[in-house]
Design a protein around this ligand. Sequence first.
Ligand code: SF4
Length: 346
Amino acid sequence: MNIEKHTEAIKACRFCFMCRHLSGIGNVTFRESDTPRVRALLLDQVMSNPALLANADTLETLYNSDLSAACRYHCVKHFDENGLLLAAREDVVKAGLAPADVCQVAAEYLARPAAPAISGKGDVLYFIDYNTAAVPAIATAFGKIMKKAGVSYRSAEKGCPGKALKVLGYANEAQKAAREFAAAVNAANVKTIVVSNPAAYDALVHDFPEMGIKLKGKVMHTSEYLLSLKLACRKKAGALYYLESDFLKNYHPDYEFPGKLLSHLGAKRLTFGTNNEESYTCGEGALVLQQLRPVLVKKLACYIEARADHPEKDLLVTASPYTRKQLSTHTKLKVVTLEELTASLI
Ligand code: SF4
């Protein structure tokens, strides 16, 4: 079983309460089962008796997680509670135990073409994944910035690099999608690949090398690319709250570019909520939580709204199109992405 690779985390987490307050789902369900400790206890039992993986409550718990990796990041010894869950999901799928709702969401992604449709001219390729496409203002803002900077670029729209399949536990299918995606992007032969969605960025810079897949061109999250343009601003961003991305903070510790871009834009960053450890992303790390657990995503959004100082007038900025979409859908919060903020200032 894949979870055997995470025996160390199982042993450490099963009797530990230390990070339970950082489990986003646990904070809205108030259930102990939605914390790293009880998930590890359940999987400890599965190690002794693999038949227990079929237990309906265990399966529900495994797919409830927001996969923010906030617990791993802030754990003193960084025990990989997040990797344990992903490994367990792979075991579930390999054993043919994926619940009906998980199979349905996976089928939606399997039906999508992996290779993106590429158009335009230039050495820069801008990847507009499904989450970015769901908020058209993001690609529009990027286009405005590129026009101002005088850089022509190509768009790669709606391909699927396999990240959603991977987090659902469909490892082989994810790898097949990743190879098809990479082949299409490599055929474009560009120097730079700019990625708006942090989940897709993580797929390209972390998952692809792990699968032995090489991409031609340097992959940059939009924050890194926009910073490299050294844009002149008409005005300063001023006071705002930056909501960290799970992928850019907890998966890629100390990823510096969103912070540097905000400084370049003249942002005065204010502290959101009561601490800087919690994930305020509505489940960005789980990618398809909105499809699997819409009620929980709404609760996560309301949890964030309840922590805003002035919910109707504070400016919130996120690197994640997913977070932008969920907060705009479920709350009155004023939230924009880094692209939109940048475009409004140049
Ligand atoms: S990740 Fe660290 S802090 Fe959290 S339960 Fe495991 S050992 Fe404890």
